[in-house]
Design a protein around this ligand. Structure first.
Ligand code: PEP
Length: 263
């Protein structure tokens, strides 16, 4: 069945760029987003640069998001940033459960479920990241891990509250390594995501949620990945820091949408 899911491309800048370089990159990405309105494009700069980047891209169609938010609403949580703060500086989206936080900072599914609650109550689009480690894949447990992460983080959330949800399937072994998942493996993992959403909620919900791939997406492999019916776009790290490469990735996602309309 052909879908009407709008392609989604996220640029996760991680702890990179200076303020000046971020603003310049944002300007170039805004041009690409303006040229390809079929795709939804979001960049995720570091917290201190959010407001400046948001002002720089205003009116272009490019949105800005946070790389994380706290599980608490407010209070004594030194170093953390709340969903309400992100919303106040103009963020439209937030990454939740990126593997560099799951594995680097031991974030649990229970904590991610709290973060998801905070994002939803502030009207932010949650982009929930899931994905297996290399050891888990080699044990034949990739699907089990993906399903377990979804069950854990989505626990206590209703289908209605998750209308804006995007899932990023990001195999840990492919992030920042230059090693991309085979298209058939990525496609199979995306089907697992969708089947788990159907089991947890409904087939209709599973069909409408955008599931994007992350893990060494670059200008040369984006078209092949996004050519799959199951892959609704990408979450991009390294290549999102190079304006020309990210523009090519955005164009690849946008042309997926034209292909669906048979143009
Ligand atoms: C990411 O950080 O989400 C990511 C996919 O990084 P990269 O594209 O560099 O693998």
């Amino acid at each position: 069945m052909a879908t009407t899911r709008r392609p989604f491309v996220g640029g996760n800048w991680k702890m990179n760029t200076t303020r000046a370089a971020g603003l310049e990159l944002a300007r170039a990405v805004a041009d690409a987003a303006r040229a390809h309105p079929e795709a939804e494009v979001v960049v995720y700069p570091s917290f201190p640069f959010l407001e400046g980047v948001r002002e720089r891209v205003s009116g272009s169609g490019l949105s800005v998001g946070g790389q994380d938010c706290a599980g608490h609403q407010t209070g004594a949580h030194t170093g953390q940033v709340s969903a309400a703060m992100l919303q106040e500086v103009g963020c439209a989206s937030v990454l939740i459960g990126h593997s560099e936080r799951r594995h680097g900072l031991s974030e649990s599914d229970a904590l991610l479920s709290m973060k998801l609650h905070r994002a939803v109550e502030c009207g932010l689009q949650p982009v929930l990241c899931v994905g297996e480690t290399l050891a888990q894949r080699e044990e034949g447990n990739a699907d089990g891990v993906i399903a377990q992460q979804l069950h854990g983080a989505l626990h206590g959330h209703s289908e209605q509250s998750l209308a804006a949800l995007v899932i990023a399937y990001e195999p840990v072994w492919a992030i920042g390594t230059g090693r991309t998942a085979a298209v058939s493996d990525a496609e199979a993992a995306h089907r697992t995501v969708r089947q788990t959403l159907a089991d947890l909620y409904s087939a209709r919900f599973a069909e409408q949620v955008r599931v994007v791939y992350g893990g060494s997406v670059h200008a040369k492999n984006a078209a092949e990945l996004f050519g799959c019916e199951e892959i609704d776009g990408g979450l991009v790290g390294g290549a999102s820091l190079v304006a020309a490469d990210f523009a090519t990735i955005i164009a690849s996602a946008a042309s997926r949408s034209s292909m669906r309309r048979g143009r």
